[in-house]
Design a protein around this ligand. Structure first.
Ligand SMILES: [Mn+2]
Length: 269
């Protein structure tokens, strides 16, 4: 019995099946942990979502920005944009069950001593704060007013974490951090313009995991979202988005890491 943590699938169901074959995944013995962005951009969001849901206790996932966008399109007042490819979910007869499943999922999973999150955890957050913030957002997503909640969660602000944020502001910061974070300041000030290379942070900012006095620097953190980090050699930091959705021309891979021995298994997409 093994636990595998899998990076951004983004609707690439066929690649996922190829990867599961490679690791000889057994749905009654092994467990899968998806690091968010299971849907969108790829061509089989519906199959991917159904597959994860049907694994029941043998699969867990954290929400990514694409998963959240799908929730916003069904439960809130967002409309899909040109690049979205989850219309198969929107037209499915089991759409409501799938969306209901998706909105039960957390932003952060604590697995043994490790944390799983889609994008990142701000440098000044310890485990207690991170899990508390995640659970507050989860409570709203599971609640009856989920659509209203999601609608006020869009926007980049507040950029900085302070003790004086309202609950709505704190939730928006939490969602932006857990689902979109790449660069930030040591005090957790977020930045959303820098994108690709972690060495080219905007002035005053660093990749979130490079801050020297990061509260969780001794905690294993597994995450996705940032597909250009495969050469990172940083203790306790496991970037797992290997760019599956970009395809084989751009060396896109889908990868799983086995939790016990940290062995990585990849297939090209
Ligand atoms: Mn993402």
């Amino acid at each position: 019995m093994s636990d595998y943590l899998i990076g951004d699938v983004q609707g690439c169901f066929d690649s996922l099946q190829k990867l599961l074959k490679k690791i000889k995944f057994s749905s009654d013995k092994d467990r899968l942990f998806f690091l968010g962005d299971v849907v969108n951009r790829g061509n089989k969001s519906l199959e991917t979502l159904r597959f994860i849901k049907d694994l029941r206790a043998n699969a867990k996932m954290v929400l990514g920005n694409h998963d959240f966008h799908l929730l916003a399109c069904v439960l809130g007042s967002k409309t899909p944009n040109r690049k979205d490819t989850f219309e198969d979910v929107l037209n499915a007869k089991d759409k409501l069950e799938l969306i209901d499943f998706l909105r039960q999922q957390p932003l952060i999973i604590a697995h043994q001593d490790a944390l799983l999150v889609h994008a990142g955890i701000p440098p000044m957050w310890n485990k207690e704060i991170a899990l508390k913030q995640s659970s507050i957002v989860e409570k709203h997503l599971k609640g009856a007013k989920v659509g209203d909640f999601i609608d006020v969660m869009y926007g980049d602000q507040p950029y900085t974490w302070t003790n004086t944020l309202s609950e709505v502001q704190a939730c928006r910061y939490t969602i932006n951090a857990c689902m979109r974070l790449r660069f930030c300041k040591a005090d957790g000030t977020l930045e959303f313009k820098g994108k690709m290379n972690h060495n080219t942070a905007p002035k005053g900012f660093k990749a979130w995991f490079l801050h020297k006095n990061r509260a969780l620097k001794n905690t294993d953190i597994f995450f996705g979202h940032w597909s250009t980090l495969s050469n990172i050699k940083q203790a306790h930091i496991y970037p797992m988005d290997h760019g599956c959705v970009w395809g084989s021309d751009l060396t896109g891979m889908l990868s799983a890491i086995r939790f016990d021995d940290k062995q990585v298994f990849s297939i090209s997409c």
